[in-house]
Ligand binder design. Structure first.
Ligand SMILES: Cc1cc2nc3c(=O)[nH]c(=O)nc-3n(C[C@H](O)[C@H](O)[C@H](O)COP(=O)(O)OP(=O)(O)OC[C@H]3O[C@@H](n4cnc5c(N)ncnc54)[C@H](O)[C@@H]3O)c2cc1C
Length: 473
């Protein structure tokens, strides 16, 4: 019997298991795939390696949540700082998002001139700086008393950021800038979407400011691919089971019974890293099924279409680009394509002289269900994205070694989820409606981007920290 079973080795599952292990707890970690990391993993296809989804490690710096968790686990990842964090390409304009506010401001004023630019970006910078000084809130919606405690924990944050917390981002920005051209609005909108996973009209200005401001923090490239970081993070865990999918779970009075192809495992406490949308079907207990089904209304069906490429090229590339066009890309939810390159010196992710490329764009997972249309849509979008990358980044066709794509259905097949990006932080699903890291079911916990706090490395790690507090370890 294990004290803790963790199902899934995404950011939330792997970090929770590694923390519990570091605290001397008897823990077992199950991962369906051979690679650790879920949306933040690395896989190999026909001899070349690719980051699956996430390509930027945000939040690894002094007094930030990701570093705090890694330090507690006791490991230091091999990283390269990325500055500019992204280079935004729009209608021939090139805007690197430098960490230094003044360096960035100079370019933004050149490319998108506006009298309010300095005031706006200084505000974004300040909000971002203040917010991260205050991380580590308590959040539980398990019962009335815990909801009250959560509310109390968020009061100081609410007071400090009240003017931005209760204002819709779109109206705030419109009022702030007065007249603003569509191209600049789109520049802001596209950057917000990749972090907040929702458009400006659906979120508050605090969320928008944090999404626009993350480039002012330290951001890192992970050497050897994201999965390599997970291998290091979890190397102390004795019971780590790869290619071991949990097929069904039964809760008895005292423990959880977890069924795999290899046999049955027992644990006193269970931490699920599967999304709240995919968890009901794992359980045999009706009450647990209804608990997870009650969150289906939060499912926004948002997902990603991915294009993976290996190129052989002597050109120099930045780590990340965002290519914004005026119209939405067909079969997608966005005007913007995010393209990440491996570092030239990273021989693990790509052989010398090569680059591994991971490109992503938002789509709706329901558009990929029709078996007849699927192949045509996939081919159309793959070709369109490929042309866009070639044209904007000056890649020659004969430099391409291989290219292929993935849809929401591919994610479902490999990591058991097609809704990606977790719960968008919108005005509608703000606290306390967000599922918490504990549940009303004794011994059952959740971690990952579909529960508190948010998506991405920093968002999920805030949930890990909260979970540890709820577990009292
Ligand atoms: C395209 C894309 C790009 C992104 N880019 C960035 C970025 O650059 N920086 C950033 O910070 N964030 C980024 N994100 C967000 C970030 O990747 C996710 O928020 C984060 O990785 C989610 O972690 P998680 O803990 O929710 O676990 P998940 O990634 O959901 O992983 C869950 C794991 O559980 C496993 N699992 C599921 N069910 C079972 C089962 N029954 N048995 C065993 N194992 C199971 C899965 O195989 C998977 O490995 C990106 C996301 C996407 C989709």
């Amino acid at each position: 019997m294990f004290e803790y079973a963790v199902v899934g080795s995404g950011v939330g599952g792997a970090a929770s298991a590694a923390l519990l292990n570091a605290k001397g707890k008897n823990v077992i970690l199950f991962e369906k795939e051979p690679y650790l990391g879920g949306c933040s993993s690395t896989f190999t296809h026909r001899g070349y390696a690719y980051n699956t989804g996430a390509t930027t490690l945000a939040g690894y710096q002094e007094n930030f949540i990701v570093k705090e968790v890694f330090d507690t686990i006791g490991f230091t990842p091999e990283l390269i700082e990325t500055d500019p964090t992204i280079v935004v390409l729009q209608n021939g304009k090139v805007t690197p998002r430098y960490k230094d506010l003044n360096a960035f401001l100079e370019l933004v004023q050149k490319n998108y001139p506006h009298t309010k630019n300095r005031e706006f970006w200084e505000l974004v910078y300040r909000i971002n700086e203040d917010f991260y000084k205050r991380y580590g809130h308590f959040y539980s919606n398990r019962n009335f008393f815990k909801k009250l405690c959560s509310l109390a924990s968020f009061i100081p944050l609410g007071v400090s950021f009240a003017p931005y917390l209760f204002q819709n981002a779109q109206s705030f920005i419109e009022k702030f800038f007065g007249v603003m051209d569509e191209e600049y609005r789109q520049f802001l909108e596209s950057q917000v979407l990749i972090v907040a996973q929702a458009p400006l009209r659906e979120i508050n200005f605090l969320t928008a400011a944090l999404s626009l401001g993350y480039t002012f923090n330290e951001n890192h490239y992970v050497v050897g691919g994201m999965s390599h970081l997970f291998d290091t993070m979890t190397c102390g865990i004795k019971n780590l089971k790869r290619e071991s999918e949990i097929l069904s779970i039964k809760r008895d009075e005292k423990h959880f019974e977890l069924q795999t192809k290899e046999g049955v495992f027992y644990a006193e406490k269970l931490i699920l890293n599967s999304t709240v949308y995919e968890s009901a079907k794992l359980f045999q207990n009706r009450d647990i099924q209804s608990y997870y089904n009650s969150y289906e209304h939060l499912n926004n069906y948002q997902s990603s279409f991915m294009l993976y490429m290996t190129i052989r090229s002597k050109k120099e590339f930045e780590h990340h680009y965002q290519i914004i066009q005026d119209e939405r890309f067909t079969h997608t939810l966005s005007n913007a394509l995010f393209v990440s390159f491996s570092d030239k010196k990273d021989k693990v992710l790509a052989p010398e002289g090569h680059y591994s490329i991971t490109a992503s764009i938002h789509t709706d997972l329901r558009w990929w269900q029709d078996k007849v249309l699927y192949k045509t849509q996939k081919k159309e979008l793959q070709e369109l994205l490929l042309d866009t990358i070639i044209n904007h980044l000056g890649i020659e066709k004969d430099e391409i070694v291989q290219t292929f794509s993935a849809t929401p259905r591919t994610f479902q097949r490999y990591i058991n989820r097609s809704q990606l990006g977790g719960n968008a932080i919108t005005m509608k699903n703000f606290l306390p409606k967000l599922p918490s890291n504990d549940t009303p079911i004794e011994g059952l916990y959740n971690v990952g981007d579909s529960v508190y706090a948010a998506q991405g490395w920093p968002g999920v790690m805030l949930g890990v920290k909260n979970l540890m507090r709820l577990l009292d370890v």
